[in-house]
Design a protein around this ligand. Structure first.
Ligand code: SAM
Length: 476
């Protein structure tokens, strides 16, 4: 159940009293099988008692201890209403008959000259939540999702209806539209996900056929055509997790960037980003989103196959360096000196202190991170890293010994639901594609569980540092 739905769930306060039978299990009238929404059918009239109290005494009467728990307390329903006698007000009590009140309460009312009369409160369609209405018309099993659950992307509610709910689809859409003010379009997922570009075919079941949605994530605004690009709000934690790893000034190459949920916020927080996607629609909206979020200078967008992009990114970043736009701090200088010293040490060279002093950090021109979020097949693209840094060896100024190779963050699925099985499966497939053993003791290795996407399928993010032998592999 998503946040929008949780917010919508304003519960009618559970009646604790033993009086009016319809107040005990407050819910709309049941109309199982209704397929065309008739809002008038959800009216519920509940018998109550009205205590007729002098207007001037109402303040003290309603607070009296003996009336505690006996006054009608239903959201959006007034417990005090006008009386035919202008000097009186009606205080509605949660009982149908005087005998349902405790004797001492009855005695208090009588001694105060307060008379009781039958009355009623009526709850209508507007009173009930979407799930209360839909559960009143659609038969569901206990272990099922409710037909009212949806994912919200901008103004679009996206439902995933079971076969048996399809006869109710127009009504489900209309109830969601009625109940959630920020929704203008309700769509049902029609088929399996588009194999290459990962978007769904969808059918509008209520509202406008407007698929261009605007939403926010990681402090950025994203606009895109939801009918032609991939977007999944459930990935926001994973987006945030990786973005927080990218230090300001680092270079990030996102090979399957979509409309930019990693790329745009990373650029906004100070990274320099090469964002790539093969879907021309994703590229169009990623360009739009970099303008919207004012990161044009920090995010370069390309439309290429990920394999070509991955292999070419190191040379592209080196030959066309980003222009450093942030002021260089003393801390950054120290960090860069440390980085150079550690890289040299790893390469077996001990640099004297004065040689690692830097006046300013180098231009952002070597890739520090790769992101590959195409979990169905990203592991297969690992072959593209072979020799990706080799062309730099003949570039003036490039020094392999002081260059830290990038971390690769590669998303993938596995059918192994235990961590040992998943690790074995993913490492094996990664090794086969990379042409190099991927093991848990590799530099930077992390297998991060992202989420369970189906009862028998988990999504992970495999991180490891690109091995030197792969990066500098000689290619013909
Ligand atoms: C699962 S989506 C992820 C998008 C984005 N990174 C995100 O987190 O929302 C995968 C993306 O890979 C793109 N894609 C699919 N095949 C590709 C390929 N061969 N090369 C580059 N991008 C590709 C799709 O168009 C889609 O935008």
């Amino acid at each position: 159940m998503n946040a929008a739905w949780t917010a919508l769930r304003r519960l009618v306060s559970p009646p604790s009293m033993t009086s009016s039978p319809s107040l005990r299990n407050l819910g709309p009238p049941q109309h199982k099988g209704m397929t065309a929404l008739d809002r008038s059918k959800f009216d519920l009239t509940i018998p109550v008692l009205a205590a007729r109290v002098k207007a001037s005494e109402m303040g003290s009467v309603r607070k009296h201890d003996l009336l505690k728990g006996h006054i009608v307390d239903i959201p959006k329903i007034r417990s005090i209403t006008p009386d035919a006698d202008p000097a009186l007000r009606r205080l509605l009590l949660r009982v149908a008959k005087p005998d349902d009140l405790p004797a001492d309460t009855r005695a208090y009312l009588a001694s105060s000259g307060i008379t009781l009369e039958p009355d009623a409160v009526t709850l209508g369609y507007d009173h009930w939540t979407a799930s209360e209405i839909l559960n009143a018309v659609i038969e569901t099993k206990e272990d099922e999702d409710t037909p009212s659950s949806f994912t919200q992307t901008g103004h679009i509610a996206h439902v995933n209806l079971r076969e048996e709910w399809l006869p109710y689809k127009a009504m489900i859409g209309q109830v969601i539209l009625d109940k959630i003010p920020s929704i203008r379009t309700v769509v049902n997922k029609l088929s399996e996900i588009h194999a290459e570009f990962r978007y769904f075919d969808m059918e509008v079941i209520a509202g406008e056929a407007d698929f261009v949605a605007t939403t926010s994530e990681s402090g950025c605004t994203f606009t895109f055509d939801f009918a032609h690009v991939y977007w999944n709000s459930r990935l926001h934690t994973e987006h945030e997790r990786l973005i927080s790893l990218f230090t300001p000034g680092s270079v990030v190459a996102d090979a399957m960037a979509g409309v930019g949920p990693f790329a745009v916020p990373a650029a906004k927080r100070g990274a320099y980003v090469l964002g790539n996607d093969l879907n021309p629609e994703s590229v169009k909206w990623m360009r739009e989103n970099r303008v919207k979020n004012k990161v044009e200078a920090r995010l370069r967008v390309t439309e290429a196959d990920a394999r070509q992009f991955i292999n070419g990114a190191p040379l592209e970043a080196w030959r066309n360096p980003f222009v450093r736009s942030e002021p260089v701090t003393v801390r950054q200088k120290e960090r860069e000196a440390r980085r150079r010293r550690e890289a040299a040490k790893e390469a077996g060279v001990e640099l004297p202190k004065e040689e690692v002093k830097v006046d300013s950090p180098p231009k952002p021109q070597t890739v520090d991170h790769y992101v590959m979020n195409l979990p169905d097949s990203a592991l297969e693209f690992l072959d593209a890293y072979a020799g990706s840094f080799t062309p730099l060896l003949s570039e003036p100024g490039f020094d392999a010994a002081s260059t830290t190779l990038p971390l690769i963050h590669c998303h993938c699925f596995t059918r192994f639901l235990d961590i040992e099985g998943a690790t074995r499966d993913i490492n094996e497939r990664a090794s086969a594609a990379l042409g190099y053993p991927v093991t848990t003791d590799m530099d930077g290795y992390l297998l991060h569980p992202v989420r369970r996407v189906a009862p028998n399928k988990d999504m992970y993010c495999l991180t490891f540092r690109l091995p030197h032998d792969v990066a500098y592999k000689k290619t013909v």
